[in-house]
Design a protein around this ligand. Sequence first.
Ligand SMILES: [Zn+2]
Length: 119
Amino acid sequence: MASLNCRVCKMLILKCPYCGASGEETEFECGGEAHLKRFGPGSGDDEFQGYLFDRVNRKGVHFERWRHSSGCGKWFHAARNTETLEIYGTYSAQVLEPPAEIREKISGKVPGWSWREFS
Ligand SMILES: [Zn+2]
């Protein structure tokens, strides 16, 4: 599950959690922030506007949606650090929160970090 980043070119190296293939970020497509709370019919205009347009631009731990566009084509989530470019792991896009092993890995590397800040 763990992925690396290239020490020479600083390009992200992602690993697709579905087909297991690893590749440079150019083999994938970033779909923006992960774990967004969706608002649909019955929600207020402000909530829907926020869902559509408001995004966090964090320095540090960040969760993103990626698609393996040059491979199996499936969407997945990646936990990474926007400051160090470290990738903590990739996982299914069908879950509401990162797997415990990824949360523990982040907590071990980023003092004071907590998933509760994101959820
Ligand atoms: Zn794949």
